[in-house]
Design a protein around this ligand. Structure first.
Ligand SMILES: Nc1nc2c(ncn2[C@@H]2O[C@H](COP(=O)(O)OP(=O)(O)OP(=O)(O)O)[C@@H](O)[C@H]2O)c(=O)[nH]1
Ligand SMILES: [Mg+2]
Length: 228
């Protein structure tokens, strides 16, 4: 519990046995529920996560977005916090993010990785791709978002009911922000955190995921609304 709010942390993992250990070691005590969504890891990810008291959910269909949707459906906290299992986002920042979340009276708080202080954490190519995607999203939705691809968010669980989350892939990260910022009943805020280099193997394919995410943004913005 944090100031009267129950807290769930959701972490998608695909072969992150090294990273998940470091993330869970640093998990603050006040977190009530930790959910690790495993997508068929072939290493010891699930075992390590369980040994640190996390609840491990096995999702059979691959994908970053798919894992999050599954994890959210099992979350019980008033507030959900997300991060990667590769120890690139700081678990130590959770209390600082929660303070900011309450202070700013936010419903959705995005943790921006910029400016990146650790030189090894992100290549120039990644920084450039991130900037292009963030500018595209900001222009399409008339709201400046510095890090449209950040994987660390703090939000009230109840806002999920009003979201239309379709992506099963890496584009999920931008989709959840779009769903938050275009909803007038959701207060969207963004603050910076420190980002560091990941442990373990990279899962992202920068060119494929970068172009796909750009296409996804355009499609989501201009697709005809489905009739209900
Ligand atoms: N369950 C599940 N997790 C995934 C999948 N793809 C990626 N992940 C996890 O989602 C998180 C983000 O993936 P990363 O490979 O770190 O992607 P990224 O943060 O954009 O790229 P890096 O800069 O290399 O860290 C990590 O914890 C991955 O293990 C997937 O298909 N299923
Ligand atoms: Mg990562």
């Amino acid at each position: 519990m944090y100031k009267g709010l129950s807290i769930t942390v959701v972490i998608p993992c695909l072969n992150e046995e090294q990273g998940i250990e470091q993330v869970l070691r640093r998990m603050p005590e006040f977190v009530d529920q930790v959910i690790v969504v495993d997508n068929g890891s072939t290493d010891r990810t699930a075992e390590v996560a369980r040994s640190f008291g996390a609840r491990v959910i096995r999702e059979d269909v691959r994908g970053y977005g798919r894992s999050y949707k599954r994890g959210f459906s099992e979350a019980t906290g008033d507030v959900i916090i997300t991060l990667d299992g590769d120890h690139s986002y700081p678990p130590d920042a959770i209390s600082y993010l929660l303070e900011a979340f309450l202070h700013l009276d936010a419903d959705f708080l995005n943790a921006s990785r910029f400016p990146v202080r650790d030189r090894r954490a992100m290549s120039f190519k990644h920084k450039f791709g991130n900037l292009v995607l963030s500018i595209a999203m900001s222009l399409l939705y008339f709201r400046w978002v510095r890090d449209s691809q950040s994987g660390m968010w703090v939000f009230r669980r109840r806002i999920l009911e009003e979201m239309n989350l379709e992506s099963d892939s890496m584009a999920f990260s931008e989709e959840i922000k779009i769903e938050a910022l275009k909803n007038p009943r959701v207060r969207f805020q963004e603050i910076s955190i420190q980002y560091s280099s990941r442990l373990g193997e990279i899962k992202l394919n920068p060119w494929r995921d970068g172009f796909y995410n750009l296409w996804f943004l355009l499609r989501k913005r201009f697709a005809r609304r489905k009739r209900r």
